[in-house]
Design a protein around this ligand. Structure first.
Ligand SMILES: [Zn+2]
Length: 74
């Protein structure tokens, strides 16, 4: 798809690392599927993937861990 930020680039399927932080908990999620703009590097994560990320982050937050490293399976 065409990038909504720079309006110049085209996005390509890729894998990114997402870092989520809340209070004292940091969740690092690797291998997250995303569309990445080849021009400006803007990353687009689907709402389904985003929802899964937030669910994982909330689980880590509930356990009160300082740092959680996850690898996205899909
Ligand atoms: Zn762009």
């Amino acid at each position: 798809m065409k990038c909504a930020i720079c309006r110049n680039g085209v996005t390509q399927n890729g894998r990114i690392t997402v870092v989520l932080e809340k209070d004292h908990t940091t969740v690092v999620c690797k291998n997250v599927p995303a569309d990445v703009c080849e021009n400006c590097g803007e990353e687009y994560v689907s709402s389904k993937t985003n929802g899964e990320l937030l669910t994982k982050a909330q689980e880590a937050l509930k356990r009160g861990v300082d740092l959680e490293m996850l690898r996205f399976a899909a």
